[in-house]
Design a binder for this molecule. Structure first.
Ligand code: SF4
Length: 338
């Protein structure tokens, strides 16, 4: 039975175990969106190759670790299609065909293209695959005729690119592809242990799957306001990453008491960190215990991904038949058609 709910599609690069920043940035939104949307959640392993083709031996482990975190955080395989991109080869076929109609200039003008080249200048990613990743991303979305793509404000241009690719295809071959809308979701950017944005590449994360002891030790080592040399020195919570995390995870009344105590020099950093550690370990407890049950049963994770691949393949098959028909790529059936 086709679902009456609008369809949404989203994915994450296969980067391994997730951290608090990933959870608050995208995953918690996905969990909520399952209520109202027919959801497709994809582990983008091919996308991981666009910037990391050099080292692929770790990919299977990274995929499993990420899916375990998704499930532990509340993605529900009964309500959402959870799958790995490379298990649905139709993504590659549609990407190839869309690549035929996508002007090179569009790709070179994607804002993140030059930015990532600069950020990762030590890696050689001047490749056809990296330049073309927005086409693959468009194929990921258009294959499922998704009407919505949940994104933060900074990713709206990616959805706009997909809309342009769909418009160009439809203009050339007829109305086959659905132009998706960006579904703007609130995503919180968390400070990491060192005050920079929480990110695996900075090595400043708190992982969903680490032990409570590790979390406590990491919080103890966090940088704070350097003006607080002695316990009674007045502090500036607005520049302290510990306070940044309190603001997201602690109750409003506690946040305001912490702010007052820090400014007045009546709250010490050791106590402030201990409170954050206990808040965070309590918040993460349900995820950590659910996670363990998935870790103990990897065969259940494999089953979910296999079932997800079948459902995704079936959903994508209809789009690809229409695309091939529209482009006159349907297999020749009668000799007199030659
Ligand atoms: S009291 Fe808390 S908010 Fe203030 S500087 Fe210390 S750790 Fe940061």
């Amino acid at each position: 039975m086709p679902s009456e709910r609008p369809r949404m599609m989203s994915g994450m690069k296969a980067s391994g175990a997730l951290h608090l920043g990933n959870w608050m940035g995208a995953l918690s939104n996905w969990v909520r969106l399952q209520q109202d949307y027919d959801c497709f959640f994809m582990v983008a392993d091919w996308h991981a190759l666009t910037t990391g083709y050099h080292h692929t031996s770790d990919l299977p482990r990274r995929i499993s670790a990420m899916v375990v975190d998704w499930l532990a955080a509340g993605l529900d395989p009964e309500r959402a299609v959870i799958f790995v991109q490379s298990s649905v080869p139709l993504h590659a076929e549609l990407s190839l065909l869309l690549g035929m109609v996508t002007p090179l200039g569009w790709l070179e003008r994607v804002p993140s293209y030059k930015e990532i080249l600069r950020e990762l200048e030590q890696r050689d990613i001047h490749t056809y695959g990296f330049l073309g990743y927005p086409v693959l991303q468009s194929a990921d979305i258009l294959l499922y005729r998704a009407s919505a793509v949940p994104v933060g404000q900074d990713q709206v241009p990616h959805v706009e690119m997909t809309r342009e690719v769909a418009r160009r295809f439809n203009g050339l071959y007829g109305p086959v592809l659905t132009e998706p809308d960006a579904l703007l979701t609130e995503s919180k950017v968390l400070p990491g242990l060192d005050g920079r944005k929480m990110s695996k590449s900075y090595g400043n994360t708190i992982s969903l799957g680490e032990s409570n002891q590790e979390t406590v030790a990491k919080i103890r080592s966090m940088v704070t306001d350097p003006a607080r040399v002695r316990r009674h020195d007045p502090g500036h919570p607005e520049i302290c990453p510990v306070f940044g995390l309190h603001r997201v995870f602690s109750a409003d009344s506690r946040v305001s008491n912490i702010e007052t105590g820090c400014r007045a020099g009546t709250l010490g950093c050791v106590d402030c960190k201990a409170e954050l550690a206990s808040t965070l370990t309590a918040v993460l407890e349900p995820i950590r215990s659910a996670r363990q049950s998935w870790v103990d049963h990897p065969e259940r994770v494999d089953e979910i991904l296999e079932q997800g691949a079948r459902r995704a393949q079936e959903a994508g098959r209809h789009t690809m038949e229409a695309v091939r028909d529209a482009m006159h790529l349907t297999r020749v059936r009668t000799p007199d058609a030659i």
